[in-house]
Design a protein around this ligand. Structure first.
Ligand code: ATP
Ligand code: MG
Length: 243
């Protein structure tokens, strides 16, 4: 009886949160364990440094930035940390869909409307134990918004409120958003997806991040190939060959 109830509950959760939130829907899976290992590695790079604001990016599209950001946010929240995940990909936002929450207002609203406060746009997702700020309506000029003084103020306020502030970003090579945010935040987690990322693009992304003196904390290797069964096969984490 109990088991059956649990199973139904889990199905509901999967339907609501989607299969990509594996650390919530399947916390005992190997992939969820790999996300916890990535969390540990990120924590190692945080020792003795006050790292609070981290961006997630990659060289190109479809590499798993949003998936990794959402799951890492969730495993940090599991540790009792006060975490906020922000959809700073105002070009291709996905966070509201992933967590089945509304996106009528969010980061773009916060930046463009001075009368809007952070608490007006934050949504708490109970299953994840996370505060979330969705992208808000897609603006015509995302880079300008991110580059604004208002954005600096928002980041400052988020730093004062949360233990950890995580930003889901667009890819580095096509647009400047991630480069801009790398200059305003403490660290970058770079996602590389096997068989999707191009070596040339990875090199270019590294140059672009170096150009703005980004603090690349590490690289998440998203080893899954494009699969039809939607299973998540492998995540690894390593350090870049820099100092
Ligand atoms: N390891 C994996 N195994 C299977 N599917 C995956 C894996 N990683 C990501 N995906 C799927 O690939 C798609 C793209 O992932 P995601 O949205 O996280 O990438 P992204 O880098 O944020 O993309 P974009 O550049 O569009 O923002 C999603 O449908 C996601 O569920
Ligand atoms: Mg994305």
């Amino acid at each position: 009886m109990f088991r059956k109830k649990k199973k139904i509950q889990q199905l509901d959760q999967e339907q609501r949160l989607g299969t990509s939130l594996i650390t919530i829907t399947k916390p005992n899976s190997i992939v969820a364990e790999q996300f916890r290992t990535i969390r540990t590695n990120i924590q190692f790079s945080m020792i003795d440094k006050d790292l609070k604001t981290i961006i997630f990016t990659s060289s190109g599209p479809y590499e798993g930035k949003s998936t990794v950001a959402a799951n890492i946010a969730s495993v940090f929240a599991d540790q009792g940390k006060k975490v906020v995940l922000i959809d700073a990909d105002m070009r291709k936002p996905t966070v509201s869909k992933t967590f089945s929450i509304h996106n009528t207002e969010g980061l773009s609203t916060l930046i463009t409307s001075r009368s809007t406060r952070i608490e007006d746009v934050v949504q708490y997702v109970d299953e994840a134990g996370l505060d979330i700020i969705t992208s808000g309506p897609v603006p015509p000029n995302p880079s300008e918004l991110l580059n604004s003084n208002r954005m600096n103020e928002i980041i400052k306020e988020l730093e004062d409120t949360y233990d950890l502030v995580l930003f889901d970003m667009p890819p580095v090579v096509s647009v400047t958003d991630a480069q801009i945010m790398a200059t305003k935040t403490d660290g970058v987690v770079f996602v590389v997806r096997r068989n999707i990322a191009h070596t040339e693009d990875i090199k270019q992304a590294k140059e672009l991040l170096d150009m703005v003196h980004a603090n690349v904390l590490g690289v998440v290797f998203n080893g899954a190939e494009k699969r039809t069964d939607r299973s998540y096969s492998y995540y690894g984490y390593g350090y870049t060959d820099e100092e």
